[in-house]
Design a protein around this ligand. Structure first.
Ligand code: MRU
Length: 357
């Protein structure tokens, strides 16, 4: 069976009424869609993780910049609004490089169309944002196809955070590898880390995998070592928010601990990401800015305060997994094995052909 090119869930889409997105903070209790033409609404949605996941942040940033320009009647006004919106979106979340990459791509279109009639500039910006979205959809599909041979039949797979359609413009990154292997007939069980503090694994990954009909068991994050020891897990596969030039990978907090556990237990640890998540300008993971979240992310669970007043909280949103703990990096252009540096540098120039079905 071949993989369905269209994901079951569209977390973000462009419509005639503006940008429509699924508010991920309400899942799995409510499927609530928001339609907006307001840049600030999108910026706040990103900050609150209503829109989240590195590739989806790139798509959202691109659409927000189209909205910023849409009502302008003169080029100087359009440019002012665009710059202001770009500045606002840059300040939302610092870690996922896709967001900055998309802003840069949109800015280049603005530059290229300097002096054109305003309506043409707006159309060019929309065309670029739609391309960013469509390319991401295709990259997800290719990640799935390149990665599926790494999934053995009857595999127990440990996942972290949410790397599916909710987090991307397509069917996901790490999760696309899982869904593609599944749609090609492999029997799979996913162990989804609940992913404290914001529970992307428990709330979002479990919700998505159920829609695909893939068996999923949610575990507390601190159960990972035990299921590895019990040999329930054959591999770990995670996404990435930014991959440095040497292969160090920044992803959801807790990823580093999983990589250490996987190494101890002799289990492969895979990272799956589109090439847009690779940041060749940053040499190693310790140079990547790590977002620190508000104390309330940790101290309030489903509306209830769970930590005594006046107790301090430390809540980094991401951590760095050193490249030497990574067995392979699965991209839309092929699978890379250590050492990663050369491969990461050349992967866009020499992409691997897609494997046959
Ligand atoms: O804070 P989040 O939920 O945006 O973090 C998301 C992740 O860490 C994902 O693993 C990452 O963006 C890659 S998924 C496509």
């Amino acid at each position: 069976m071949v993989n369905n090119p269209h994901p079951i869930i569209e977390s973000i889409v462009w419509t005639d009424q503006g940008v429509q997105y699924l508010d991920q903070t309400r899942l799995p209790w409510q499927e609530h869609y928001v339609i907006t033409k307001d840049v600030e609404t999108i910026a706040e949605a990103i900050e609150r993780l209503e829109i989240r996941g590195a590739p989806a942040l790139g798509v959202a940033a691109a659409y927000a910049l189209v909205l910023s320009a849409a009502e302008a009647r003169a080029e100087n006004i359009l440019r002012l609004r665009f710059e202001k919106a770009a500045e606002r979106i840059r300040r939302t979340r610092p870690t996922a490089v896709n967001l900055f990459w998309a802003i840069q791509r949109m800015s280049m279109v603005l530059e290229k169309n300097k002096g054109s009639p305003v309506q043409e500039i707006i159309e060019a910006l929309l065309k670029e944002a739609l391309s960013i979205h469509e390319e991401d959809r295709e990259m997800c599909r290719r990640i799935g196809r390149h990665g599926m041979s790494l999934i053995p039949d009857l595999a127990g797979i440990l996942s972290h955070c949410n790397t599916g359609a909710l987090a991307t413009g397509g069917e996901g990154t790490a999760q696309a590898v899982i869904t593609t292997a599944f749609s090609h007939g492999k029997t799979i069980r996913v162990y989804a880390d609940e992913t404290r503090p914001l529970l992307q694994g428990a709330r979002l990954t479990a919700w998505e995998l159920r829609k695909y009909g893939i068996p999923v068991t949610v575990i507390a994050d601190n159960t990972a070592a035990v299921i590895m020891k019990e040999r329930k897990v054959d591999l770990v596969i995670v996404g990435a928010d930014r991959i440095a030039a040497n292969g160090d990978t920044v992803n959801k907090i807790g990823t580093y601990a999983l990589a250490l556990l996987a190494q101890f237990h002799g289990i492969p640890f895979y990272v799956a990401a589109p090439v847009t998540t690779i940041d060749l300008a940053t040499g190693s993971g310790d140079l990547i800015p790590i977002e620190e979240r508000a104390a309330t992310d940790l101290s309030i669970v489903a509306g209830t305060k769970i930590i005594p007043d006046d107790v301090s909280v430390y809540a980094p949103a991401f951590d760095v997994t050193p490249h030497r703990l990574i067995s392979a990096i699965i991209t839309d252009c092929g699978v890379l094995y250590p050492p990663f540096e050369e491969g990461l540098k050349n992967i866009r120039i020499h992409p691997a052909p897609l494997p046959d079905d």
